[in-house]
Design a binder for this molecule. Sequence first.
Ligand code: MG
Ligand code: ZN
Length: 208
Amino acid sequence: MNRIRRINFLKLRDVLKNKLRRGEESFSMNKVIFLDRDGTINEDVGDFCSLDKLKFIPKSLEALKILQDLGFLLIIVTNQTGINKKIFTEEEFLKFNKEYLKILSDNNVEIKKVFYCPHLKEENCICRKPKTYFIEIAKQKYNIDIENSYTIGDHPHDIEMGFESKAKTIYLLSGHGKKHIKELTVKPNYIAENLYDAALWIKKTSNL
Ligand SMILES: [Mg+2]
Ligand SMILES: [Zn+2]
């Protein structure tokens, strides 16, 4: 390699390294875990928006760490009807969301993005699960390898959203999972006891 070419090569390598470090771009596509929140990461105690009602499902934070360490981006997609039911305001939700993410971050888990639908079912919005709207937005933003990504949740609508998006799907028996299992309209790739079980299954079965 002559000198000029070598310098250009080194420059290019540094630029790319920095970009990768900043997480802005990557040549390989991102594999994502689209996570439901209530009943999946934390106990589903109905519409809530305060730390005193927040209870993490056993080992769910460890599960998130496993998935993160496998190289997945973690994105939460949650229906937060409590906002438009006026149980809490959007500002209160966002404040709580910040506190929630701080707890995860203190446990070395970084959530890339939280998508939330504030609408009531009757509003027939474009974003409420099982609609795939948020996944479509994420795809535009994060260069996602959707076929090697997963949606995980304790409600049939989490599975329907994933199936429609061509992601793999894992249905959880935690949260409301047991109650709603008969309402599944599509067969998930796996049915797990909880998020930790799901993470172990992904670790075992995905080609990483
Ligand atoms: Mg749920
Ligand atoms: Zn919505």
